[in-house]
Design a protein around this ligand. Structure first.
Ligand code: FES
Length: 181
């Protein structure tokens, strides 16, 4: 399967590349991989990595090294909702294990799996920088923080029923909420 950026994304790439000297184009590898992933239903197939390498004049392996380092990049297909539970110490001390168990039970999948209907993928990630509102998880671009087993279950139920859950602190805290919510 080949991959080609859309015309719209090629325009965005031209703007991104203006930020870097010609001999430093490789510095744009992260935003280009992000664009490729968003265009390809949330994951990077090998031909997308090859196309980014081609546009930036990099060896494919160098681009693959970047894509495989960050958990924000997916090297295999993910569900419509990619549930990423933070398992690092501040979240672990505040109950991340229990949050993960609720996700496994409620979605009926194990870590790294996708539900049969392709709706949810479950992953564990390292600290996402929202420790102040631990425990937390990320779903696609949104953070859900101050979780309890009950609020986690409700969050998943809302998504299953087509509702758009409110991101940020699920305990209603305002002063420490994520900027995007
Ligand atoms: S440890 Fe979970 S967000 Fe930092």
């Amino acid at each position: 399967m080949t991959f080609a950026f859309t015309h719209e994304n090629l325009t965005k790439i031209a703007e991104i590349l203006k930020k870097y000297p010609d001999d430093r184009k490789a510095s744009a590898v992260l935003p280009l991989l992000d664009l490729a992933q968003r265009q390809n239903d949330g994951w990077l197939k090998p031909s997308a990595i090859a196309e980014v390498a081609n546009l930036l004049g990099m060896a494919e392996m160098r681009v693959y090294e970047v894509a495989s380092f960050y958990t924000m990049f997916n090297l295999k297909p993910v569900g419509k909702y990619h549930v990423q539970v933070c398992g690092t110490i501040p979240c672990a001390l505040r109950g991340a294990e229990e949050i993960m168990e609720v996700c496994k039970d409620h979605l009926n999948i194990s870590l790294g799996q996708t539900t049969a209907d392709g709706t949810f993928t479950l992953s564990e990630v390292e600290c996402l920088g929202a420790c102040v509102n631990a425990p937390m998880l990320q779903i696609n671009d949104d953070f859900f923080e101050d979780l309890t087993p009950e609020s986690t279950k409700k969050l998943l139920e809302d998504l299953k029923s087509g509702k758009v859950p409110k991101c940020g602190s699920q305990a209603g805290r305002q002063c420490s909420k994520a900027a995007s919510c």
